[in-house]
Write a protein that binds this ligand. Structure first.
Ligand SMILES: Nc1nc2c(c(=O)[nH]1)N[C@H]1C(S)=C(S)[C@@H](COP(=O)(O)O)O[C@H]1N2
Ligand SMILES: [Mo]
Length: 188
């Protein structure tokens, strides 16, 4: 971040707490039967169980949350597996341009692949040193800090690579296909 860029995007307010925002209920997830699927525009589909997922290289990231409903929360420490380390497990087709995150409970959200390749994008199982609470997406959620928080899928159970874009759950109801908080891409 450069010194002349503010830390709080326009239209946001800082919160100390950690609000929860879920459409529908918190799904019941049993780690014994949990699985994670990498599919779509890939040469070979991959399915991982919890043990296999946790055996992947572990990374951390420190980032701010910006929710489209205008709350922001600074200084989140996330631990989990980098998106790009998950992606490396499947041979992704060169024509893949976007990703759909799929969650237990049916939630989906779409993100351009180019936004997901950095050191800040994780599948996280830990928040501020504690196992991620179920209401915040535990056992595993996406964390895509550069975009509004609806792009960070809770209870994530798979990632679909796509040759082209397609709206996810909130995007079908008018939320932005990209969702950059710095340019207030709130609604499409
Ligand atoms: N599976 C799932 N993921 C989701 C949601 C949801 O309803 N279901 N809500 C999204 C929205 S709109 C926001 S703002 C954040 C909220 O995350 P939190 O409840 O941990 O604050 O999760 C996002 N991911
Ligand atoms: Mo949200």
């Amino acid at each position: 971040m450069t010194t002349d860029q503010p830390r709080l995007p326009d239209g946001q307010r800082l919160t100390d707490g950690f609000p929860t925002l879920t459409y529908g209920g918190v799904p019941n997830i049993d780690l014994a039967t949990w699985d994670f699927r990498i599919f779509g525009a890939v040469e070979q589909e991959v399915t991982l169980n919890w043990e296999q997922f946790m055996a992947l290289p572990q990374s951390t990231d420190h980032s701010d949350i910006h929710c489209v409903t205008t709350w922001s929360k600074y200084d989140n420490d996330w631990a989990g597996v980098l998106f790009r380390d998950v992606m490396a497990l499947a041979k992704v087709n060169p024509d893949a341009t976007h990703v759909m995150f799929h969650s237990y409970g049916g939630y989906t959200t779409n993100v351009p692949l180019a936004e997901l390749l950095g050191d800040d994008v994780l599948f996280a199982h830990t928040h501020n040193g504690q196992p991620l609470e179920a209401e915040h997406g535990g056992p595993l959620r996406g964390v895509v800090p550069k975009l509004y928080f609806w792009k960070s899928a809770k209870w994530v159970r798979g990632v679909e690579f796509m040759a082209g874009d397609r709206p996810g759950f909130w995007e079908m109801y008018g939320y932005h296909m990209h969702g950059d908080p710095w340019t207030e891409e709130r609604y499409g």
